[in-house]
Design a protein around this ligand. Sequence first.
Ligand code: RB5
Length: 141
Amino acid sequence: MKIIIGSDHAGYEMKEYLKTRFATEYDWHDVGAYSAESVDYPDFAHPVAAAVAEGKFAKGVLICGTGNGVAMTANKHNGVRAALCWNAEIAKLARQHNDANIIVLPARFISNELAAEIIEAFFKTEFEGGRHARRIGKINL
Ligand code: RB5
């Protein structure tokens, strides 16, 4: 599966960890940041969200310190459903109920190991459809 991934400086180390940890499972397309030098999170969240909104990638990963900055930015794009997840159960529900297409991780509040568990739960869980499809159909402006 091809996955687009981006982070700011706060998420850089976790991004590198996840790319290495899942090097064989996923085909990563990394839009940066490419170092831990201070940057602005919208510069990385917009390209990831735009690529998902345009259908170039089915799913994406965004990481910043709290997760909130990249989530707020990504969710400005119609068709993007970016879910801030801090455990595997929330990630699973974000797929089952919200058909989330971008997972957002709060790098300063979870371990790399937990981030890997969250990623696994997110990418192996399918959308349930049904009443949830009706609800997500009401999200876009
Ligand atoms: C960077 O210091 C931090 O503000 C950023 O990573 C993120 O948490 C913003 O929402």
